[in-house]
Design a binder for this molecule. Structure first.
Ligand SMILES: *Cc1c(COP(=O)(O)O)cnc(C)c1O
Length: 473
């Protein structure tokens, strides 16, 4: 498989290069040159198979051809995938729970850091390790987090000899559990920076570090943010396993996804491009609704980020949307690059008319404020006894509000464990969820992090001063 940039101005790369590159040289995001296909027979064959086995089969075409010169041997890849998902606390890895007539929750929070990001990052950490060892290289990862990416990335990369990892989070805008999951990791290659600013400020700094080629080359910079293709790839799997469990390929299934960066839901779009029969992709947002406004109107206009009960979706610039826009622009990278440059300048963007009807047919969007979120959490608990976190609640509400065809089951992705947001859960239900045993002493562990202003130069100096490696490559 080869990958091309959404902005048309970067070299085509193979999987290993895309894994390590993150963002493309031209500022674009890498996408596969073509979509591998999931045949009905293949899908039928997945029924009843363990998650890891389906995962290896779904991902193989994106990496391979496996075992050919220069790529990961098939056996190695399979055992890497098996080891990844053996670390999850539920046997089914992403179990489905029915919470209403044809409405299901897919629990994506049984990994080490209790958020769906573990499903991709636990694998990405292992892939990095493998490729870096093979190439005899080191990298410096710099990432931005609105809460959950950070801990998932740090857990995936901690103590890996070829990696130094710096995670930027917006000061005071992540929950205490989220912050402590990052700042209490005791590993010599882990650095936490709290930025006096918003998540978008953190993300802009990471992008600017990348685009400063002298700097990024010097430190061997890499990203595990949701712009990294390998993360999207690993997320495709749970759309497939849920659909198969509910009757694919003989039955259509819809998904409802609480979204910020559009990374998770883009994986659903990818699954659809590969041939999975997805009815609707419903996008949920909190008050930071640039995505839902976009799907309703075709226009995007940036406004200020307001803190909410679902901080991992407090975002106004959804990086991964660019991958969908690339298709909307009929994969014309030059045109998309022009539109994105204008968007950054003016804060406005309008979708090209040609592809819009298809987007409207597949996608629906729903916005829910904090009061509505608490109500959904409380109602669901009363009705089913199920505790859900605020992000997942937005997905459930969006599923119920926006599903068109009641004969098509809809799967709401539960993106975080309720214990990650205990204050909100307690407010909504009167019950305080407890952390799983491996995180029991989180609130008493020692924290380590530094606070820096949103200043590119200061952050680059910090990275240069703290990273352990002598040279990038
Ligand atoms: C990251 C995150 C999201 C948003 O995912 P995107 O890929 O950015 O759309 C939603 N819920 C939780 C709990 C998250 O951690």
């Amino acid at each position: 498989m080869r990958y091309i940039s959404t902005r048309g101005g970067a070299p085509r790369l193979d999987f290993e290069a895309v894994l390590l590159a993150g963002l493309a040289r031209d500022g674009g995001l890498y996408v596969p040159e073509s979509w591998p296909s999931l045949k009905p027979k293949t899908l039928a064959g997945f029924a009843g198979k363990p998650y890891a086995e389906v995962a290896a089969a779904v991902m193989a075409p994106f990496i391979g051809p496996l075992g050919s010169k220069g790529t990961i041997p098939q056996k190695t890849f399979q055992s890497m995938v098996a080891e990844t998902y053996a670390g999850f606390r539920h046997e089914a890895v992403t179990p489905l729970v029915e919470v209403g007539e044809g409405v299901w929750i897919e629990e994506l929070f049984h990994g080490p850091t209790l958020a769906f990001k573990d499903l991709a990052l636990q694998l990405v950490g292992r892939l990095y390790d493998h490729v870096l060892k093979k190439q005899g290289r080191r990298v410096t990862i710099i990432g931005a987090t609105s809460g959950d990416t950070g801990s998932a990335a740090l857990e995936a990369c901690r103590d890996r000899r070829a990696i130094d990892i710096f995670i930027l989070h917006p000061l005071g805008r992540v929950s205490e559990v989220q912050r402590r999951q990052m700042t209490t990791i005791d590993a010599g290659n882990v650095f936490n920076i709290a930025i006096d600013g918003s998540f978008d400020d953190c993300q802009d700094i990471v992008k600017a570090c990348f685009n400063d080629h002298a700097f990024s080359d010097r430190i061997g910079m890499s990203a595990v943010n949701s712009i990294n293709w390998a993360r999207v790839m690993a997320q495709i799997v749970y759309y497939v396993t849920a659909a198969v469990a509910l009757g694919a390929p003989n039955r259509k299934v819809s998904f409802s996804v609480p979204s910020g960066n559009f990374g998770n839901v883009f994986a659903g779009y990818a699954a659809k491009q590969m041939g999975l029969d997805i009815g609707q992709l419903i996008v949920g947002s909190n008050r930071n609704d640039i995505l839902t406004r976009f799907f309703k109107s075709g226009a995007m206009k940036i406004s200020d980020v307001v803190p909410s009960l679902s901080p991992s979706m407090d975002i106004q610039i959804s990086s991964n949307l660019e991958r969908l826009l690339f298709d909307l622009f009929k994969r014309n990278g030059t045109k998309l690059a022009e539109a994105m440059t204008a968007f950054r300048k003016t804060g406005r963007f309008a979708a090209p008319k040609a592809g819009w009807p298809a987007v409207q047919k597949l996608f629906a969007a729903y916005k829910l404020d904090d009061a509505g979120t608490l109500k959904v959490m409380g109602d669901l608990y009363k009705r089913t006894g199920q505790l859900i976190d605020p992000h997942s609640a937005i997905g459930v509400a969006a599923a119920e509000a926006m599903r068109k065809d009641k004969s098509v089951p809809v799967v709401a992705l539960a993106t975080a464990h309720p214990a990650k947001f205990p204050d909100a859960v307690e407010k909504a239900t009167g019950l305080r969820p407890t952390l799983p045993p491996h995180l029991g002493n989180l609130l008493s562990r020692r924290e380590r992090y530094d606070v820096l202003p949103k200043d590119l130069g200061k952050i680059q100096d910090y990275v240069l001063a703290h990273r352990r490696s002598g040279s990038g490559n």
